[in-house]
Design a protein around this ligand. Structure first.
Ligand SMILES: Cc1ncc(C[n+]2csc(CCOP(=O)(O)OP(=O)(O)O)c2C)c(N)n1
Ligand SMILES: *[C@@H]1O[C@H](CO)[C@@H](O)[C@H](O)[C@H]1NC(C)=O
Ligand SMILES: *[C@@H]1O[C@H](CO)[C@@H](O)[C@H](O)[C@H]1NC(C)=O
Ligand SMILES: CC(=O)N[C@H]1CO[C@H](CO)[C@@H](O)[C@@H]1O
Ligand SMILES: [Mg+2]
Length: 943
């Protein structure tokens, strides 16, 4: 009894039924059938697949309609139902035949063949068992289409026409992979509901936005400007008041001028090569600078803030940074659903397809601590990347396929059809505000000129550029269309052009009055009130970081307890917390507890802390345990750090996705939004930071010099040679040190040595009247080393961070007698002290720890060197000679002592890999370096 069967199946597996609506028949049938025990139906189904006539007519219709998702009961009436797959397949594959390329040469999906199942009024009818005689027959429409508007049945000819209009014209919609019925239906409704006349874009609007500064114009994709405007206007209408944007070089100045509305004279004066730079730092080229602008949106009459994030040449690198900044702005204004703050990311076609960071960024889009609740992506798909043809640039049909991994709908649109573009952008913004998920607009366009003004495109793309030379600019095309429709007349059009030219001319004239160039006008994230106190610049001091005894004890107690009721933690963790409790009673702290003290005290001061990275909640080395898990209740957790004080700032700690490039970029962006937060990213092991090298090289190291923008991001990089092999040993300190900008050959003559030196450098600490990135090489085995402990006494009020820890044992009592000073940093100190004791050389050898490598503590080390007049000076490190700190330290130590004597080296030999994978070799190497460090004759022959 077919219909009872259908009802039963539907009730048994509603989810399956929903899903099969999205697929073509044979694919859909599998989940649909596998969930049932009805062999009878199954057998018939396969029989029907082979030959629809082999089963009873009722089953034929049932299978056709049930497969396509028609509600049972509706399909079995007259007029005869339309095969749902006819409309479904158009929804799925219409974009393959849509006319997306304005040039009409390349297919946007790189495939010129036509799908066999897309029916037109003259072709492929046979695929559905129809012929031309059916064209005027009226068919009942399935529930999965909205082409009927208010009608439930239409003639086949009209059905095909409407499907073509919706899916095969200048818009190609990819959405049928979305496995959410509501979302699919929403998109269908948007594109299928017959719209009598598309909302007309007035020429005045287009033109004012389009004319632009010549050399960095968007020729071939001018439609980007109304596209962005539409997204912003619609979002503003939906309640958004802050839009953060990231974009590459192409069209950037145009966007600044016409979307963000940066004063034109500020843009023009950048072209004047005679202007002097007014800010510290080396600056950057004009199409990389950021921007922040607040203004009234004329369409919605609401205030809107637009920020364009500064970016390096490295394409797509700014994506995660924009997302992090967006998350931070949402966080600070309590916008937990992304209703007020949103991001827009622009991409080039080649970069979007080729750069892995795009994928990493997409994978942050739905994670609780990283989501920005939907990003609108706009691809300037000019079908070329520098000189590379898309057929050589990607293996996927579209440059946008990467977005499919997060089920984002993708709207391809022919950029020569401004109305289609504006329509699609409205839908994209509405999608974002409805579902708070990512969406992609693919503007299929062309690049009228070469890659830049100097570039000859005919060398490599002769045919494409022959066509482009013939192509009328879209403004002209659209103006002609509107004039022919009588919407505007020729004089009105010319008047608009003249009006905009005049605006540009006047601004250009004003730009000549600018005398100096202020990069400060180009800040993407101003920090109002941070650099001044009551209108005066803040004093340059390093405040004491000490805490009083009660606070230390209180933080320690919370760190060693479970501050909520009825919460069962793991037995092993109970022991760890108990030991912590004992340490607090003993007034000592290890690394993990010290971190607690630091975070806890900042939270008390109202400073928000965010710690992000792989497995940071527990800590890779199981030492941190900032999130406790109830052993009996799924997902019940407790973060004791958030139970410290009544009015404390919030503490955010989040396990990240397994990405370094994406997540470090994100945290950098988060740190950008506010100076009053401590944002830390921890690598699983320091070794893995190099997959985020681009963020370090392009943003963290030179960010202030290029963009006068400070950033207080902290990198925690577990480092140390512990016999764990070449990939778990080195955070590559040598690379960070090589990028430090303090001069090895100059002993700085400075008042306020410590703070001034920090101010001048490119990276380092917190609790300063300015912000710098800080790189910390963090311990692994030292986390549990019994001697790697500090007393509360080192943390009481008046205490400071120690840049250098001098020797305090017998050697320091009798410095004249000391034969050798071993300068070192990090964990090798503990190997050295153990060895010194074993050799009974405590009076002969002093060991000085350098805690702050850069900026180099010239002043303190000079004191140390002078204290031991008769001693040889040795730099000792466990790292290989071409790695670690040696190359950085040696010339600076020599400068410190005015080159009065040699600086010797004790450490591993140069090597290509950071560490051996063989434990025995590891120990042999260690013993050898200790022997060198303490064999007082070792260097005699060399001198
Ligand atoms: C990571 C990176 N690799 C290489 C380059 C050099 N480069 C600059 S533009 C460009 C082509 C970009 O093509 P596309 O993304 O399509 O943008 P379009 O220039 O066409 O707008 C390349 C390879 C770069 N800027 N960044
Ligand atoms: C926009 O912001 C300005 C300055 O903050 C304010 O004076 C004005 O009232 C705001 N306008 C609207 C419509 O909110
Ligand atoms: C605390 O001090 C006591 C006595 O010195 C010592 O035995 C114990 O190991 C210490 N506990 C911790 C956790 O350091
Ligand atoms: C922010 C986040 O996703 N945190 C997760 C980190 O991992 C633990 C353990 O799997 C989860 O409980 C957290 O929710
Ligand atoms: Mg391109």
């Amino acid at each position: 009894v077919p219909w009872e069967g259908a009802e039963a199946l539907r009730l048994a597996a509603p989810r399956t039924f929903q899903q099969i609506r999205c697929y073509s028949a044979p694919v859909a049938a599998e989940p649909f059938l596998s969930g049932t025990s009805s062999n009878y139906v199954e057998e018939m189904y396969y029989a029907w697949l082979e030959n629809p006539k082999s089963v009873h007519k009722s089953w034929d219709i049932f299978f056709r309609n049930a497969n396509a998702g028609a509600a049972p009961g509706t399909a079995y009436q007259s007029p005869p139902p339309l095969s749902t797959s006819l409309s479904t397949l158009t929804q799925i594959r219409g974009h393959h035949v849509a006319q997306l390329d304005p040039l009409g040469i390349l297919d946007a999906d790189l495939d010129s063949s036509l799908p066999a199942d897309i029916v037109t009024s003259t072709d492929k009818l046979g695929f559905y068992g129809l012929d031309e005689s059916d064209l005027d027959k009226v068919f009942h429409l399935p529930t999965t289409t909205f082409i009927g508007g208010n009608e439930s049945a239409l003639p086949l000819r009209e059905i095909i026409r409407r499907l073509e209009m919706a899916y095969c014209q200048h818009i190609g919609v990819e959405f049928m992979f979305i496995n959410d019925l509501e979302q699919c239906q929403w998109i269908r409704r948007k594109f299928e509901t017959p719209v009598p006349v598309l909302p007309l874009v007035s020429l005045e609007f287009l033109h004012r936005k389009w004319s632009s500064e010549k050399r960095f114009g968007l020729e071939g994709c001018e439609v980007l400007i109304p596209a962005l405007k539409t997204i912003i206007d619609k979002s503003s209408e939906k309640g958004v008041d802050y839009v953060i944007m990231g974009m590459p070089h192409r069209g950037r100045l145009n966007v600044l001028a016409n979307v963000i509305r940066k004063e034109l004279e500020q843009i023009f004066c950048q072209f004047d090569s005679k202007l002097e730079a007014a800010d510290e730092g080396s600056g950057d080229v004009k199409y990389h600078l950021g921007m922040y602008h607040r203004r009234i949106n004329r369409v919605t009459d609401r205030n809107i803030t637009l920020s364009l994030v500064a970016n390096p040449s490295h394409l797509e690198a700014a994506d995660p940074v924009v997302q992090g900044k967006t998350k931070a702005e949402q966080f600070y204004c309590g916008d937990t659903e992304g209703k007020k703050v949103m991001s827009i990311l622009l991409h080039g076609d080649a970069a979007f397809a080729g750069q892995g960071i795009v994928y990493e960024t997409f994978h942050l889009s739905d994670l609780p601590s990283y989501t920005t609740h939907g990003t609108v992506h706009v691809v300037v798909n000019n079908q070329i990347g520098f000189t590379t043809d898309p057929r050589m640039a990607r293996s996927s049909p579209y440059p946008t396929d990467v977005a499919r991994v997060v089920n984002a709908p993708i709207f391809h649109v022919n950029a020569d059809d401004p109305e289609a573009v504006v329509y699609v952008c409205n839908v994209a913004a509405e999608w974002r505000s409805t579902f708070h998920k990512d969406v992609v607009v693919d503007l299929v366009c062309y690049r009228r000129n070469g890659h830049n003004e100097m570039d000859e495109p005919m060398f490599t793309q002769p045919l494409m550029y022959k066509q482009i030379r013939k192509q009328k600019p879209v403004l002209q095309k659209y103006a002609e269309l509107l004039i022919s429709q009588g919407v505007v007349n020729q004089p009105e059009y010319e008047e608009e052009i003249a009006k905009y030219d005049k605006i540009c001319e006047e601004a250009h004239a004003r730009s000549k009055d600018e005398k100096i160039l202020h990069i400060k006008h180009w800040l993407d994230s101003p920090w109002p009130g941070f650099f001044t106190l009551d209108g005066q610049p803040r004093s340059m001091t390093c405040p004491s970081t000490g805490l009083n005894e009660e606070d230390l004890t209180h933080i320690g107690q919370v760190a060693s307890s479970v501050p909520v009721e009825d919460f069962t933690i793991h037995g092993g963790l109970s022991r760890i917390l108990k030991t912590r409790g004992e340490m607090v009673k003993n007034r000592t702290v290890d690394w993990a507890l010290a971190e607690y003290m630091a975070f806890g005290s900042l939270l008390k001061d109202g400073i928000h802390i965010r710690l992000s990275g792989q497995d940071v909640e527990r800590g890779t080395f199981s030492h941190r345990h900032h999130v406790l898990h109830d052993q009996n209740v799924d997902k019940r957790t407790c973060i004791p750090m958030n139970h410290l004080w009544p009015n404390q700032a919030p503490y955010t700690v989040c396990n990240s996705s397994l990405s370094e490039y994406g997540v470090l970029g994100f945290e950098l962006g988060f740190a950008m939004a506010s100076p009053n937060a401590l944002v830390l990213w921890e690598a699983q092991f320091g070794d893995f930071h190099n997959t985020a090298q681009c963020i370090i090289d392009q943003f963290i190291c030179p960010g202030q010099a290029k963009w006068v923008r400070q950033n207080g991001i902290v990198l925690l990089l577990p480092h140390g040679m512990e016999g764990m092999g070449p990939e778990h040993s080195s955070a590559r300190p040598e690379r960070f040190l090589q990028m430090c900008n303090d001069d090895p050959d100059v002993f700085p003559k400075l008042d306020d040595f410590d703070v001034r030196q920090l101010y001048d450098c490119n990276w380092i600490v917190i609790l300063l009247p300015f912000r710098k990135p800080l790189i910390i090489f963090t311990p692994k085995s030292l986390l549990r080393h019994p001697e790697a402990r500090s007393s509360f006494d080192d943390m009481l009020p008046g205490t400071h961070f120690l840049r250098v820890i001098p020797d305090s044992g017998p050697a320091a009592q009798n410095p004249e007698q000391v034969k050798r000073v071993l300068f070192c940093t990090g964990k090798v100190y503990y190997d050295l002290t153990r060895e010194r004791k074993a050799r009974q050389m405590e009076a002969d050898v002093a060991i000085t720890r350098v805690e702050q490598l850069s900026p180099f503590p010239f002043d303190l080390l000079q004191r140390e060197a002078e204290k031991y007049p008769a001693a040889e000076l040795v730099w000792c490190q466990e790292e290989h000679k071409n790695q670690g700190y040696y190359d950085y330290v040696k010339p600076r130590l020599r400068t410190t002592i005015n080159r009065a004597k040699p600086v010797w080296y004790a450490g591993r030999e140069p090597a290509a890999a950071p560490a051996t994978g063989n434990k025995k070799t590891h120990l042999t190497e260690l013993q050898r370096l200790l022997d060198t460090a303490f064999n007082l004759d070792a260097f005699k022959d060399l001198s």
